[in-house]
Design a protein around this ligand. Structure first.
Ligand SMILES: NC(=O)c1ccc[n+]([C@@H]2O[C@H](COP(=O)([O-])OP(=O)(O)OC[C@H]3O[C@@H](n4cnc5c(N)ncnc54)[C@H](O)[C@@H]3O)[C@@H](O)[C@H]2O)c1
Ligand SMILES: *[C@@H]1O[C@H](CO)[C@@H](O)[C@H](O)[C@H]1NC(C)=O
Length: 316
């Protein structure tokens, strides 16, 4: 079993996701060294993490891990120098802008500064491992660890290997993510959108078509998810749902619903353009429910995070 004792993880890029990863790894007892190429950004990240952990998480009794907030924060440091940040790390989590060229050059620079055994991990949401790691010489230790925002409450991590990634590297990342309390899944080969975004975009596309075609309102399609499908999807996936929804399990479900599913699926429209008159109309409808000024958006984001915190508690 992996043990965090005295082990170091380096975070490269300390924006929203870099900060979240730092908090997750600290909760597992790892030493976390944060680097950002924008001067002052890494130390601002540390101030932000300290405030969140000490004030908000501890108060809400949502601080993860066995260590107190003070103990966790004593494992955290910021660095203005990349080589200093990487020193002693066995795992590097990259969290820079979602730009291919930025990621490629970051990994090229990182590889020159670390030993062969150090695992290089990227947070990219939609870039392919073959592209992200194309300037790395030894790609056998490269992997994508794609988190979901906010990772502290939404624990899924998609692990996506480069075609050359060693199985032992995948296993190591899986074990690390499990140990720090995340919920890793293995994507067995690289594919555009990984699994989460492919499913998410399928849902978005059909919701969009239904609203665009005047079948349902924006308010009501969102309720179809939040009061309907979403209620069970927080605990039970679509395949288990099929298995439980017929008296004799999956095969029984298929016997009953196969033809109906195929009929409905073949009536789906083409990929939406997501622009023009439909986009203007859907935007107007959502803005009537939630005006798109900072005040309203922030309030709704806060509400979302509070609700996710409650759900995370419930799932525990
Ligand atoms: N925000 C999300 O919801 C989300 C979810 C999953 C994955 N991701 C992925 O995480 C990554 C980071 O996203 P974010 O939302 O934290 O972005 P962000 O803009 O908040 O942070 C990026 C940080 O990287 C720093 N940076 C840029 N170039 C750098 C370099 N060459 N070296 C060091 N630091 C550098 C920036 O100064 C900034 O602090 C992206 O690849 C994104 O796709 C984001
Ligand atoms: C490449 O990295 C792997 C995994 O860390 C390591 O086992 C191997 O020795 C490295 N290859 C070379 C040529 O150094």
């Amino acid at each position: 079993m992996a043990s965090s004792k005295g082990k170091t993880i380096a975070i490269v890029g300390s924006g929203l996701i870099g900060r979240s990863w730092a908090m997750v790894f600290l909760s597992g007892g790892y030493k976390v060294k944060v680097y950002d190429n924008q001067p002052g950004q890494a130390s601002r990240a540390i101030t932000d993490i300290s405030r969140k952990q000490v004030e908000e998480l501890q108060e809400a009794q949502m601080l993860r891990g066995k260590l107190s907030a003070t103990e966790q924060l004593s494992l955290l440091s910021s660095h203005e120098d990349l080589s200093q940040a990487l020193e002693g790390a066995f795992f590097v989590q990259e969290c820079v802008f979602e730009e291919l060229e930025a990621k490629k050059s970051v990994f090229q620079a990182v590889e020159k500064l670390v030993g062969e055994e150090v695992v290089l991990s990227s947070s990219t949401s939609c870039l392919m491992p073959s592209n992200v790691f194309s300037l790395v010489q030894n790609r056998t230790r490269c992997i994508i660890s794609h988190p979901v925002n906010p990772p502290y409450y939404v624990r899924l991590v998609e692990l996506v290997p480069h075609p050359e990634t060693l199985p032992v590297v995948m296993d190591m990342a899986y074990e690390l993510m499990t140990e720090v309390g995340q919920a890793p899944v293995r994507i067995r080969k690289e594919i555009d959108g990984f699994a989460l975004n492919r499913v998410q975009y399928a849902i978005i596309a059909e919701c969009w078509r239904l609203v665009k075609d005047g079948v349902i309102s924006v308010k009501d399609i969102d309720l179809v998810m939040s009061e309907g499908l979403g209620m069970r999807y927080a605990f039970i996936g679509p395949i288990e749902t099929m298995h439980l929804n017929a008296p004799e399990g999956l095969e029984d479900y298929l016997r009953r619903y196969r033809e109906g599913m195929k009929r409905v699926l073949s009536s789906f429209g083409p990929v939406p353009e997501f622009d023009g008159e439909a986009a203007a109309r859907i935007n107007k409808e959502i803005c009537e429910l939630i005006p798109n000024d900072q005040e309203h958006l922030s309030a709704r984001r806060e509400r979302r995070d509070q609700l996710l915190m409650g759900l995370a508690k419930l799932k525990k």
